[in-house]
Design a protein around this ligand. Structure first.
Ligand code: PLP
Length: 408
């Protein structure tokens, strides 16, 4: 059966060009970059070249880019490393309620170490308010961490404005840009970003490979002590093939960014418009205007996201649900709750994230299947039966009556 992969926010398929660039570093070019003979120096040169290429993608200096094992490690290092190094200046951190768990759980760990964390709320679109952000800054605030773009609902935050507000108060600004790197325009200088996390497998590169950009002068404690790799900031023999693959993926993404962005935007809007037109009792989650070009996230009333997921899977469609059942918890996603969705609606959520190879046919097939699946599931729902008899009990119908945008 043909697979239609619409879960690119979760991970992406590595590009053949990336694999090709990586292969020599598993075989002939197996040297350790710390060794002084040519085999080692060739590996060292490859790492340096990759670092320069990745730095160039975000307007950073090569020496400001540190390689890590992925987005999660970069988030941990930025936040824990900075907080622990700067605790004497203050112990307050600002973040948002919609961050990835790599940030939220890191902040929770720091709370156990005696740091205080403000989790800023977001509006119905998932946006952090710059005013709220400014108001949360205290004399003892040392760090703010606000994600560039959300992995569930795709909302893009006003990063430059938030960073400027942080700097006005002498607060260092970190952003988890894992969903944005290689997809959106990023320039750390122009945007005032002090630290930035990125991960290769979200842009058609290898898994287990990330980077942390740290502006010159920002002090961090190490998470991983040992050898002198990464200028003594992160030990472990370099993942040379992963580093080379990450750079290749980022260079390809950068070269094609605008074209891919444009075509994904058209497909995304086609999907959103079709769902709103053809499927009743649906609500678009997140902002339509300030949104990643590949993200479609909807709540559908009178069904469970998990049921929908399983039925779509039998048709070869790979999507993800907004409920956290897959992660072993019955609570709906913290992001969907933070944008104010009632539990019932949050449980019926579905995320489709398009990739660079996604076609109009793929999207249409997925939506046709979604329509059939929803009709099936709703026909078995006692709540839906009640609603059809009485015309009452629909939360989305109430939202529509109240003027909530993008509901059907
Ligand atoms: C995927 C993701 C991460 C984690 O990245 P890994 O490389 O898988 O550790 C962190 N933040 C966001 C926003 C993500 O989408």
């Amino acid at each position: 059966m043909k697979q239609i992969y619409l879960d690119n926010a979760s991970t992406t398929r590595m590009r053949p060009e990336v694999l090709e660039a990586m292969l020599p570093y598993f075989t002939e070019q197996y040297g350790n970059p710390s060794s002084i003979y040519p085999l080692g120096q060739e590996a060292s040169d490859a790492v340096a070249e990759a670092r320069a290429a990745l730095a160039g993608c975000i307007g950073a200096q090569p020496r400001e880019v540190f390689f890590t094992s992925g987005g999660s490690e970069s988030d941990n290092w930025a936040i824990k490393g900075f907080a622990r190094a700067n605790a004497a200046k203050g112990r307050h951190i600002i973040t948002s309620a919609v961050e990835h768990h790599a940030v939220l759980h890191t902040c929770a760990a720091l709370e156990k170490e005696g740091f205080e964390v403000t989790y800023l709320p977001v509006d119905g679109d998932g946006l952090v308010s710059v005013e709220d952000f400014k108001a949360a800054i205290r004399p003892d605030t040392i760090l703010a961490s606000i994600m560039f773009a959300n992995n569930e609902i795709g909302t893009i935050q006003p990063i430059a404005e938030l960073a400027a507000a942080a700097h006005e108060a002498g607060v260092v600004f970190h952003t988890d840009a894992v969903q944005a790197f290689g997809h959106e325009y990023i320039n750390v200088g122009e945007m005032g970003i002090d630290m930035l996390s990125a991960s290769a497998h979200k842009l058609y590169g290898p898994k287990g490979m990330g980077l942390l950009y740290v502006r010159k002068g920002v002090k961090l404690l190490n998470l991983i002590d040992g050898g002198q790799q990464e200028r003594g900031r992160r030990a472990t023999t370099e993942n040379v093939s992963g580093i080379v693959g990450f750079a290749k993926a980022a260079q390809l993404a950068e070269a094609e960014r605008e074209a891919v962005h444009g075509s994904q935007l058209a497909l995304r809007d086609h999907a959103i418009e079709r769902i709103l037109r053809e499927i009743p009792h649906a609500k678009l989650n997140g902002s339509w205007e300030s949104r990643l070009a590949n993200n479609v996230n909807f709540s559908f009333e009178f069904i469970e996201g998990e049921g929908m997921l399983l039925q779509l899977a039998t048709r070869g469609i790979c999507v993800s649900s907004g409920s956290a059942c897959t992660s072993g918890s019955l609570d709906p996603s913290h992001v969907l709750l933070a944008i104010g969705l009632p539990h019932e609606i949050a449980h019926g959520s579905l995320r489709m994230t398009l990739g660079r190879d996604t076609t109009l046919e793929d999207v249409d097939f997925a939506i046709d299947s979604l329509k059939t699946t929803l009709a099936n599931l709703r026909s078995m729902s006692p709540l839906y039966e009640d609603f059809q008899k009485t015309g009452e009990g629909s939360i989305i119908a109430e939202m529509k009556a109240q003027g909530v945008p993008y509901v059907s």
